[in-house]
Design a protein around this ligand. Structure first.
Ligand code: SF4
Ligand code: SF4
Length: 197
C-alpha cells in the first residue's frame, strides 16, 4: 500500500512589527486615508452626453475607419487578411480590379463592411493589415435603433472620424448632443477643453 505523505506547513509566528501594526490599526487607518483623499479630491463627474465628452487616447479601440494615403488613394488592397484574422467573422471584403488610380494598387475593395454588433474590438484586423488601411478609431457612440445600422459600409468608413488620428486625446472637451434618425451622436469641440474647477 502507498503511504500518503502529508506535508505540514508551519505558520510563521507574527513578528514584533506585525503586532505593532495590529495594535495601532495601521491597515484600517491606511484604508480610511484613501477614502478621505477621494472625498477631498476634485469631482470627476462629466456632463456627458449633453455638454461634455471624454476624448480617448490614440490607443483606444473604437469604431473602424479606413485610411487613405496623402494623395487621397485608398490604402486597402482587398487582400482579405483582416477577414481571415477576425475571430467573429464580422468583416466582409469583396475585391475588384481597378486601374483608375483610386487605390494604391490595381486591386481595391468593391465591398468593405464590418458588422459592429458582432465585433468585440480586439484589433486583430488592424494588426493583420499589411497597408495600415484599417484602424480602430476613437468613435464610441455606436448605439443604434435598428440592427442593420450597425453594419458600416466602405463609404461610411472612408469618411474622417470626429477625432483625427494625430489628436492627442485623454481630455474632456465641450460637446453637443445630436439626435438623428439612426441614433445619437455627441459632437465634440476638440479645441474647447473642460475648465478645471
Ligand atoms: S476588432 Fe476584432 S472582432 Fe472586430 S472586426 Fe476587427 S478582428 Fe473582428
Ligand atoms: S483592410 Fe487591410 S487587411 Fe483588410 S482587405 Fe484591406 S488591405 Fe487587406
Amino acid at each position: 500500500m502507498n503511504e500518503k505523505k502529508v506535508k505540514i506547513v508551519k505558520r510563521d509566528t507574527p513578528g514584533a512589527l506585525d503586532l505593532a501594526k495590529k495594535t495601532v490599526f495601521l491597515d484600517f487607518i491606511k484604508g480610511l486615508s484613501i477614502t478621505l483623499r477621494y472625498n477631498l479630491s476634485r469631482s470627476i463627474t462629466i456632463r456627458y452626453p449633453d455638454e461634455e465628452k471624454w476624448i480617448p487616447y490614440p490607443r483606444f479601440r473604437g469604431a473602424h475607419t479606413l485610411n487613405r494615403d496623402e494623395e487621397g488613394r485608398e490604402l486597402c488592397v482587398a487582400c482579405e487578411l483582416c477577414v481571415k484574422a477576425c475571430p467573429t467573422n464580422c468583416i466582409t471584403v469583396v475585391p475588384m480590379e481597378d486601374d483608375t488610380g483610386k487605390g494604391i494598387a490595381d486591386r481595391v475593395a468593391k465591398v468593405w463592411e464590418v458588422d459592429l454588433a458582432r465585433c468585440f474590438f480586439c484589433g486583430y484586423c488592424e494588426d493583420a493589415c499589411p497597408t495600415t488601411a484599417v484602424r480602430l478609431g476613437r468613435d464610441y457612440e455606436l448605439a443604434c435603433f435598428e440592427l442593420d445600422k450597425a453594419r458600416k459600409t466602405k463609404e461610411e468608413l472612408l469618411k474622417p472620424q470626429s477625432v483625427p488620428e494625430d489628436f492627442e486625446g485623454g481630455i474632456i472637451v465641450q460637446a453637443k448632443l445630436q439626435r438623428t434618425k439612426s441614433g445619437i451622436k455627441v459632437k465634440p469641440n476638440l479645441w474647447k477643453k473642460k475648465e478645471k474647477k
